[in-house]
Design a binder for this molecule. Structure first.
Ligand SMILES: Cc1ncc(C[n+]2csc(CCOP(=O)(O)OP(=O)(O)O)c2C)c(N)n1
Length: 364
């Protein structure tokens, strides 16, 4: 999908996902204030054009490797709103079975690789997925995102370098939202735009207005096409702003009021809505229809999560420790005496089970 050839239905779908993302987060904040959310709430009001726009450029068989502000990408790729609400309310039937209250979740069937909470660490994993697909000669693109703060970690640079050397079908989205927790960008790096970092790895880098969804679709769409064509990775920096705190526990009083007001005036949903009205794509009736649909989805997800059971305390150690069992000792009967390198080699030449399942699911 490229910004220039969007049909009416595409535009309305983008609007729907932006509204859904905002509504899911707004409702979560209410639940948090009611004391129903277990743990912190990390939202991304202001990021919707970036997250929804970027994900809309992908095709069915592609992968995303999202970060903690990427609910919009999850919504577009098909993570169930019920599953997200069960995560936030830490229910026993949530994807992490109540062990984590965030969107550190994934579903390989929908091409969603779960986030690793340590900043930057998901990016080498994205390289692994892209390399696998390249070795299998699949026309798959992997879209990996991170914040401005995460670009200062070692794994970010290792991943971009590796992706460049291997010409991987990868697009790195940098969501530059002005702050890494309370640290403003000017205290994090000396470059003007984070896309300049692409030069060091000899790949294209572009900076776009991350609050303009059509600009995001255009820039990311181009990078996705480039990756799919076998021309390697790119960086797209989306400049946006986190208008709320790092989490709901953070009042963010380190952000000057004028700066927040300036970005609130550039709200990505209001801007897109004005554009759609001007283009006569969004009428009052269509807007009301979308609002009702979004409300029904969120109501259903909340109802489902509130009626879901709490985690069963007796299962607390499940999936945390390896099950008891015999440990094979090298040299003893029944043990695999392969050298580590041969075992790895054997594994690499076998299909990766999770990725194979995902491929099956998307009918490749
Ligand atoms: C290696 C590492 N250091 C610190 C943290 C704690 N932490 C989580 S999010 C965050 C801020 C990240 O800033 P940025 O990458 O700019 O993303 P943003 O939250 O602004 O979207 C921090 C410090 C972490 N998860 N991993």
């Amino acid at each position: 999908m490229s910004g220039k050839n969007l049909e009416r239905a595409d535009l309305l779908q983008i609007y729907h996902f932006m509204r859904l993302t905002r509504a899911m987060e707004d409702r979560t904040r209410t639940l948090f204030l009611q004391g129903k959310v277990v743990g912190g709430v990390y939202t991304a009001q202001g990021h919707e054009a970036t997250t929804v726009g970027a994900a809309m450029t992908l095709g069915n068989g592609d992968f995303i490797v999202p970060q903690h502000r990427d609910l919009g990408m999850h919504m577009v790729r098909g993570t169930s709103p019920r599953a997200v609400m069960c995560q936030w309310l830490a229910r026993g039937n949530a994807p992490t079975l109540g062990r984590d209250g965030q969107i550190h979740i994934g579903d390989m069937h929908h091409g969603i690789v779960p986030m690793i909470s340590l900043l930057g660490e998901s990016l080498p994993v994205a390289c692994g997925v892209a390399l696998t697909m390249k070795m299998r000669k699949r026309p798959t693109v992997v879209l990996a995102s991170c914040g401005d703060g995460a670009t200062n970690t070692g794994p970010f640079h290792e991943a971009v370098n590796f992706a460049s050397v291997q010409k991987l079908p990868l697009v790195f989205i940098i969501e530059n939202n002005g702050y890494a927790y309370s640290t403003p960008t000017y205290k994090q790096f000396a470059v003007q735009n984070l896309s300049e970092r692409a030069k060091a790895y000899d790949i294209p880098g572009e900076t776009v207005d991350g609050n303009d969804v059509l600009a995001v679709v255009e820039a990311v769409g181009k990078a996705v096409e480039r990756a799919r064509g076998g021309n390697g990775p790119s960086i797209v920096e989306c400049k946006t702003f986190r208008v709320r705190g790092h989490s709901e526990a953070d009042k963010a009083d380190y952000v000057p009021k004028e700066l927040r007001d300036e970005w609130l005036a550039k709200d990505p949903i209001k801007r897109f809505e004005a554009y759609l009205k001007n283009e006569q794509v969004l009428t009052d009736a269509t807007k009301a229809e979308i609002e009702a649909k979004v409300k029904a989805i969120v109501d259903d997800a909340v109802r489902f999560a509130e009626n879901s059971p709490a985690p069963d305390a007796t299962t607390v150690a499940d999936y945390v420790f390896a099950p008891d069992g015999p440990i094979a000792i090298v040299g003893e009967p029944g043990a695999d005496n392969s050298r580590y390198i041969n075992a790895l080699d054997r594994r690499i030449n076998q299909p990766f089970s999770t990725i194979s399942k995902a491929e099956e699911a998307v009918g490749r």
